[in-house]
Design a protein around this ligand. Structure first.
Ligand SMILES: Nc1ncnc2c1ncn2[C@@H]1O[C@H](COP(=O)(O)OP(=O)(O)OP(=O)(O)O)[C@@H](O)[C@H]1O
Length: 247
């Protein structure tokens, strides 16, 4: 395995529109995610979190700057190359679980491998299913599962290709507090126990406190990092980011 960081962004800028209507969604963002770390991204509404995630995951192309996923540089890749990269080297977990309703748990989880034309490693599948606690539900359909269980299927699906990074966008947004906590503990274990790298965008200071560190964005710019975050410290920091935005 390469020793390159899981993700690196250098001087990433994203601008929408031109002239008076120009929006600077990201301004000169530089970050590095070490492998096996859990990072949360927070910031006020419109601060650039989605744009950051989309540029990092090859879903959107920066106006300038560079993005590396492991040792692969994204700029200059064709749309086809980016599609393959996203399928094989990135895992996605969204607020909406995006499971296929006619496929069983096991079939949903292995879909990325089958789309990539890869053999399903039964031992890895069993490990991933066990990690998310769905051993007894592998043959169920999504409609037979609770919201929390469906999100666990989505997390298993994101892990099955052993991606460089799992990107999670408000993964607990649709869940009640208790179920949300279980999903966050699962993401925490995936990092601590399996060495996976996770980047999670969230509005929730409690969710962000499960991460090793929190990156703050304000007005498209990097606005600091907090290691060993607590919900209280994060909430206080967010209040000040709000102050700054209003100023
Ligand atoms: N396709 C687009 N065209 C024009 N402006 C855009 C586009 N996408 C995003 N923006 C603008 O870029 C800025 C950053 O948006 P972004 O969605 O990344 O913020 P965010 O932090 O994810 O917000 P939220 O928390 O509300 O989801 C905003 O001012 C937004 O209006």
């Amino acid at each position: 395995m390469t020793m390159a960081p899981a993700l690196r962004m250098s001087g990433v800028t994203k601008t929408y529109g031109t002239g008076a209507g120009t929006v600077h969604a990201l301004r000169d963002v530089n970050i590095e995610l070490r492998r096996g770390t859990f990072t949360a991204v927070m910031g006020p509404s419109g601060s650039g979190k989605s744009t950051f995630l989309n540029c990092a995951a090859g879903l959107d192309v920066p106006t300038s700057g560079q993005v590396w996923l492991g040792d692969a540089e994204l700029s200059g890749m064709s749309e086809t190359q980016l599609t393959v990269l996203r399928r094989e080297r990135i895992g996605f977990v969204f607020q909406a679980y995006n499971l296929l309703s006619t496929l069983t748990v096991a079939q949903n989880v292995t879909l990325p491998l089958r789309l990539a034309g890869k053999r399903v490693d039964r031992a890895l599948l069993a490990q991933v299913i066990r990690a998310v606690g769905l051993d007894e539900r592998v043959n169920r359909l999504p409609s037979e599962l609770s919201g929390g269980q469906q999100q666990r299927v989505a997390i298993a699906r994101a892990l099955v290709t052993k991606p460089d990074v799992v990107f999670a966008d408000e993964p607990t947004g649709a869940l009640d507090t208790r179920t949300a906590r279980q999903v966050l503990e699962l993401l925490r274990n995936v990092v601590s126990g399996m060495g996976q790298t996770v980047l999670m965008v969230t509005h929730d200071p409690v969710a962000a406190s499960y991460a090793d560190s929190v990156i703050f964005l304000a007005d498209g710019q990097f606005a600091g990092e907090m290691r060993r975050p607590t919900p209280e410290l994060i909430a206080e920091r967010m209040t000040h980011l709000g102050d700054r935005d209003a100023a």
